[in-house]
Write a protein of this length. Structure first.
Length: 383
């Protein structure tokens, strides 16, 4: 499963930034001060997905069923109306999904903007902008209708487990059951003080959050445990910081640490745990240091594959290990010349995965790439 890391800032700005996403607050429970849930303007998608459709983000629920957020006929000089495309056969055929009246986020429009899509199943889905605002557009009927909900603060990321959806808003974590809108602030480890987290992952009912010193884990999304994080040392004098979490199942979880030592040069280490994070062991070899971290993912099933996507000044790359990090292989992403935006890296099975490269809202052509051989090779998906 994928971790949640902010889209790499390629040609659109500051390619060397390592985005730290997730903040979790601990303390007493409190309800989200959301605005009244009202039906948002729906907008009607085209009768078919146009051949010029360009992806910006994707969310696959199974190897065959998934939804892609994108647009068609977009240019960097004007706002791009968002569109959703859905497949039920692994990308061989696509159909439009009704989309709310929102635009792809580029930071330059006063219109409602979104940059990410998350689906928990064929019914429940969410659209949001990970860069600005606290608005979430939600559907519980597979896109037939959408509603806009406002949470109190800057929205960082959204992730769905088997029975709930989580939203990191400012320094707080909110949770709502699937199927209806009942957002409330999560109480994790009462009395422990605030956390300054940087990563989020879910698998089944299990949820993990990471901070600078602790990993918080809940096997059922309700009862939380706090485990101290093991420091992997320094890189060229700079400390490693937790940059991502990726779960292979409900107890096997991988932690990515990164230490930036200059633009497009980042030291990385991966630690794995087979007991939900209670204890960790370091992988034997580190991924190459060329590139800035854009995404981190693990394939389901006892760490059959661990992958890190990075942006570089030359060819954007995926580093892949199929032996718990003992060795790493390099896959240069076709059609990129370095500094592209990488998003939505995920594995839906031990062999099937996908990710998005580019961002049409910033004038960077978007493509969805797919693998059927556990990340050894990747190929673009046609729309």
């Amino acid at each position: 499963m994928t971790t949640h890391i902010a889209k790499a800032l390629g040609a659109a700005g500051a390619a060397g930034a390592l985005a730290l996403l997730c903040l979790i607050g601990a303390g007493g429970a409190a309800s989200a001060s959301a605005s009244p849930v009202q039906p948002g303007p729906a907008g009607v998608a085209p009768l078919k997905v146009p051949g010029s459709f360009e992806p910006a983000a994707a969310s696959f629920v199974t190897p065959t069923w998934g939804v892609v957020l994108g647009t068609a006929g977009c240019t960097a000089s004007r706002a791009c109306r968002a569109q959703l495309a859905v497949t039920a056969d692994g990308g061989a055929h696509w159909s439009p999904m009704r989309t709310p009246a929102v635009w792809l986020a580029n930071g330059g429009s006063s219109r409602p903007q979104v940059s990410q899509v998350v689906f928990a199943g064929r019914a429940d889905g969410w659209l949001y902008d990970q860069y600005n605002g606290g608005q979430i557009w939600v559907t519980h009927n597979g896109g037939t209708s959408w509603r806009e909900i406002t949470l109190p603060g800057s929205l960082q990321t959204v992730a769905a487990s088997a029975d709930a959806v989580y939203a990191v808003v400012g320094s707080q974590l909110y949770r709502s059951p699937l199927g209806w809108n009942a957002w409330a602030r999560v109480t994790a480890a009462p009395g422990s003080g605030p956390m300054t987290g940087s990563a989020l992952a879910v698998f089944g009912d299990s949820v993990w959050f990471g901070s600078s010193t602790y990993l918080w884990a809940a096997a059922d999304g309700v009862h939380w445990a706090r485990y101290p994080l093991r420091s992997p040392g320094t890189y060229y004098g700079g400390p490693y910081a937790l940059a991502g979490i990726a779960a292979a199942d409900g107890s096997d979880v991988a932690l990515l640490y990164a230490a930036a030592s200059g633009m497009f040069h980042t030291g990385m280490k991966v630690l794995v745990s087979f007991n939900g994070g209670r204890s960790e062991q370091q992988t034997l070899a580190a991924p190459p240091s060329e590139g800035d971290v854009a995404a981190f993912a693990a394939a389901p099933g006892r760490f059959s594959v661990i992958a890190v996507a990075v942006v570089t000044p030359g060819l954007d790359t995926i580093y892949r290990s199929a032996n718990l990090g003992r060795t790493w292989t390099t896959f240069g992403i076709p059609g990129t010349s370095g500094g592209a935006m990488l998003d939505s890296l995920q594995f839906m099975s031990p062999t099937v995965g996908s990710f998005v490269v580019g961002d049409p809202a910033f004038g960077i052509p978007g493509k969805l790439l797919h693998t059927a051989d556990a990340g050894r090779t990747w190929s673009p998906v046609a729309f």
